[in-house]
Ligand binder design. Structure first.
Ligand SMILES: *[C@@H]1O[C@H](CO)[C@@H](O)[C@H](O)[C@H]1NC(C)=O
Ligand SMILES: *[C@@H]1O[C@H](CO)[C@@H](O)[C@H](O)[C@H]1NC(C)=O
Ligand SMILES: *[C@@H]1O[C@H](CO)[C@@H](O)[C@H](O)[C@H]1NC(C)=O
Ligand SMILES: *[C@@H]1O[C@H](CO)[C@@H](O)[C@H](O)[C@H]1NC(C)=O
Ligand SMILES: *[C@@H]1O[C@H](CO)[C@@H](O)[C@H](O)[C@H]1NC(C)=O
Ligand SMILES: *[C@@H]1O[C@H](CO)[C@@H](O)[C@H](O)[C@H]1NC(C)=O
Length: 569
């Protein structure tokens, strides 16, 4: 009896192996620069692969999102429910049975790991993974990563899975950590600065009061309890409640200093409050949401795991929200990496996750990077390389990418503001006219090498230099698109508060509105050159110009006008 069962289990493996040819799914000629090969992964090591089963109707979901987000369409802002999105995102019965047949033929036990059923996990020895997917898993290290990663340069699918599997993760994605720190923070005296914005200074200190003055952001408290603003945190960045209280006391004395945020944990994420555990990024994001989105309930999503699992954590964030019936209305994220490191299939799947969140009525915002045209943070060794490096997720057409400005008279694009053109995603439907106009401004002999047919970012901008925060009980100045993004997100949250109070649906995916009727609600930023924070200003980069540009997008917001456009739509 036992041996009979064994025989049955073994037989299909032989059949599966001969069922059809392997079809190349994704490959790289070499690991991206900086990754060091450490030899083959041990054959008997068990690895867990996450398998994205093809969604049954991504095109249909995109069409619904396009319609729901375009002013004037009959279903404008008719955002979808959790189950309506699931109907588009889940795999077809045919796909599920094709994968299950493959799994059982090979003795694998897939577990469903996403509410929409589009992700399953399989655990298997490296030797079997190599054989089933024509892979060669190896161990790699990178100086920016805290530990080794197991990856393969090439992954194939048996022909019976082609069309049924979108991504195998982790396989060919090689995502490094942040190679360089963001523009430096500096400590300043506790009593600086003045309560309002000294716009007579070329580059003053930015505080909540200053942003309120510059962009006309109201100080009155929001009233709608359901209108949650979600701040995501990765890579052990923790937000300190004691620092927040100090920040509010100093810079928002009109808000009770014990006003706080709710911690939500994913993948065993924590938010320890010990001395010196404050993360500069997490504190900045929490202080400039709590400090600008007055009265809006803020959640801090702390996602466990270091930078070796960053791409998986981005995915897990989208699948987590797929299962929340009444999700936040705005999500702000100040993290990104070089797009090419993700690979097309993984970047597309993550981006489709943001598409699904947009369709639910969530505005998804990402910082556009702090390396100008050269990646998330520029690097002195590539200043004379004119092949520009777009960053992701900012390059996803379904997020709103936020760049940075500096100064007041006039407000200009700051040198590090990330901007460019995707090599994975085509020009987004809502931006074709503006992008074509920008491309016409480039001289015929422009030396920068970039993809003119790619999704162009950022979409908008806001101040990003010298933001005053409190970290580890010290008053410091922080700079970066990381500062601009939570501040812009807060503006959208305040507008959502007014929309809900007026009985209207929230803004949701905002780009089609911003690039059409909303474009007049921005101050056009027309000067600046995004050569990066460390690369010399003479390095090849884009220049800000009249209209949309890949430094400041449509420009910086005028609150009253954006509110009026949102209300009228
Ligand atoms: C904040 O402090 C006030 C005054 O001490 C108190 O009434 C209120 O309950 C506190 N709120 C929270 C959220 O702890
Ligand atoms: C979270 O912690 C539990 C208990 O230690 C563990 O079983 C689980 O694998 C952890 N999950 C992740 C994603 O690390
Ligand atoms: C310039 O950068 C691109 C993109 O990273 C890379 O492929 C190329 O090899 C670099 N060229 C030089 C001369 O380093
Ligand atoms: C340019 O972008 C398009 C998407 O618009 C993509 O299909 C194409 O492969 C990209 N070209 C290069 C050289 O990366
Ligand atoms: C924080 O700093 C202030 C003055 O700079 C000091 O009075 C206070 O005791 C400090 N708090 C903690 C918890 O160290
Ligand atoms: C970029 O701009 C910042 C802010 O003005 C400045 O401190 C920095 O020196 C500039 N970098 C370069 C390379 O000019």
């Amino acid at each position: 009896m036992l041996s009979f069962c064994k025989l049955l289990a073994v037989l299909p493996i032989v059949l599966a192996a001969s069922a059809g040819p392997m079809v190349l799914h994704e490959r790289r000629a070499a690991p991206p620069s900086g990754f060091i090969r450490q030899g083959a992964a041990p054959a008997n090591e068990i690895i867990t692969l996450h398998v994205a089963l093809t969604s049954n109707n991504v095109a249909g979901l995109e069409e619904r999102l396009r319609s729901a987000s375009t002013p004037g369409s009959p279903d404008f802002r008719q955002w979808l429910s959790m189950n309506e999105v699931k109907a588009f995102s889940q795999p077809s019965a045919e796909t599920v049975s094709a994968f299950n047949a493959f799994a059982s033929a090979n003795g694998l036990k897939p577990t469903v790991i996403s509410p929409n059923g589009d992700w399953v996990a399989i655990s298997l020895p490296v030797s079997q993974a190599n054989k089933l997917f024509a892979a060669e898993f190896e161990v790699f290290t990178h100086p920016s990563l805290p530990g080794p990663i197991t990856r393969t340069l090439s992954v194939s699918l048996p022909s019976e899975l082609v069309g049924h599997v979108e991504v195998l993760d982790p396989t060919t994605a090689f995502v490094a950590g942040d190679v360089r720190p963001p523009p430096p923070a500096s400590t300043i005296a506790r009593d600086a600065p003045a309560a309002s914005c000294d716009t007579s200074l070329a580059t003053g200190v930015i505080t909540p009061a200053c942003l309120q003055e510059l962009y006309g952001i109201p100080t009155a408290a929001a009233t709608e309890e359901s209108n949650v603003l979600l701040v995501t945190a990765y890579e052990d960045e923790f937000a300190q409640t004691a620092d927040l209280a100090q920040f509010l006391t100093l810079l928002r004395p009109d808000i009770p200093p014990n006003t706080t945020f709710e911690v939500v944990s994913l993948n065993n994420g924590t938010n320890p409050q010990g001395p010196f555990e404050a993360g500069g990024e997490a504190n900045l994001d929490i202080q400039y949401t709590m400090g600008i989105a007055t009265g809006v309930p803020v959640q801090f999503l702390t996602v466990g795991g270091d930078s070796t699992v960053f791409p998986t954590n981005l995915l897990d964030t989208t699948t987590f929200l797929d299962g929340v019936p009444n999700p936040p209305t705005v999500m702000t994220t100040s993290y990104g990496r070089v797009e090419s490191n993700f690979g097309a299939s993984l970047a597309t799947k993550i981006c489709n996750g943001y598409m699904a969140l947009g369709a639910r009525g969530i505005t998804v915002l990402f910082s556009s990077g702090d390396g100008g045209v050269r990646g998330n943070h520029d690097d002195p060794s590539i200043c004379s390389n004119n092949t520009f490096l777009p960053i992701f997720p900012a390059s996803c057409p379904f997020v709103t990418a936020v760049g940075s400005t500096i100064g007041f008279a006039p407000e200009t694009a700051v040198n590090f503001t990330g901007g460019g053109f995707s090599n994975v995603f085509p020009t987004a439907f809502y931006q074709t006219a503006q992008v074509a106009s920008f491309l016409e401004t480039l001289p015929a002999d422009f030396p920068g090498i970039f993809n003119t047919t790619g999704r162009a970012y950022p979409d908008v901008a806001l101040q990003g230099w010298n933001f005053e925060i409190v970290a580890n009980n010290e008053t410091t100045l922080e700079s970066g698109t990381s500062a601009s993004t939570p501040s812009f997100a807060s503006i959208i949250s305040l507008i959502n508060d007014r929309l809900i109070a007026a009985g209207k649906p929230v803004m949701g995916f905002i780009n089609p509105l911003l690039f059409s009727t909303g474009s007049t609600a921005f101050t056009d930023i027309t000067a600046g050159h995004n050569s990066g924070f460390v690369c010399p200003a003479s390095s090849v980069a884009f220049d800000a110009t009249t209209g949309w540009d890949p430094l400041t997008g449509l420009g910086t917001p005028v609150f009253s006008e954006l509110l009026a456009v949102a209300m009228a739509a």
